[in-house]
Design a binder for this molecule. Sequence first.
Ligand SMILES: Nc1nc2c(ncn2[C@@H]2O[C@H](COP(=O)(O)OP(=O)(O)O)[C@@H](O)[C@H]2O)c(=O)[nH]1
Ligand SMILES: [Mg+2]
Ligand SMILES: [Zn+2]
Length: 291
Amino acid sequence: MLQGQIIKASGGFFTVLGESGAEYVCIARGLLKKERELLMVGDYVLFEPSATNGKGIIEKLLPRINLLKRPHVSNVDQLAVIMSLKDPSCDWHLVSRILVMAEKEGTQAFLCLNKTDLAAKDELEEMTAQLDNYPYRVFYTSAVNAAGLDQLKDSLQKKCTVFAGPSGVGKSSLLNAIQPGLSLKTGTVSEKIKRGRHTTRQVELLSLSSGGLVVDTPGFSRVDISDLEGAELADYFPEFEPLREKCGFRNCRHISEPRCAVKEEIGSSLNSMRYEHYQHFIKELDKQGVY
Ligand SMILES: Nc1nc2c(ncn2[C@@H]2O[C@H](COP(=O)(O)OP(=O)(O)O)[C@@H](O)[C@H]2O)c(=O)[nH]1
Ligand SMILES: [Mg+2]
Ligand SMILES: [Zn+2]
């Protein structure tokens, strides 16, 4: 029996990437029907390869580290939040929403600001100033002039990374620039609308020659956080963690309480934009009455 990871699933067939790097097209005959229905891209499995033809039978599903809902994929190491500086401009609220989702699912994350070739020097400086004490790693890239691509490529090594962010920011272009053989479809937003924005595409783990797996997503511009409890939200702002103990109240929600250590640090050790997003999300959850 071999161990491998499902990189593609379609019509009852699962492409499994074995530890040797070979791919096997498997069926899941060895599993119970209920288990079979749960199998998804990203899953580690044990499978019995056939002696000759690169096929196999999945016999066992191994435990998952995590499970993302969107895209529907398991065992994700990190989320790369991709935004462009221009065309379209960066949606900071969406960045924080995706990061909240990453924290909730227990995956690491970083931010990648693409299309730096379109921004003037002073615009870039303005952006960097806004990112003072930003709690995630930030890459500045351009798929057009290859700026920052080596660092981005390094950060993908030996990990399974999901590229998340809105449509048109350059996710597929970046992946093509990192590995031209991928030949992912790219295009302007209007071209995509013509092509049919809602054509469903299968989730697939793409293997990088530098070692590592990536998931390209078609892009989404909304992330629903309404299933969160307000009390949970602060847990998903990791920069609050070291301060929490210093707040005057044990259950401080860092909004209007006196002697709040988080509020005292805004603009000094805490990034103010991130705190604004936190306030905004708390209000949103308050309105739903869950808090
Ligand atoms: N100027 C510039 N254009 C880019 C860059 N990256 C992508 N684009 C263009 O932006 C559009 C959308 O790119 P695409 O990769 O399809 O975005 P995706 O929807 O996030 O996958 C295409 O027309 C690309 O040529 C970049 O770094 N600079
Ligand atoms: Mg794309
Ligand atoms: Zn507080």
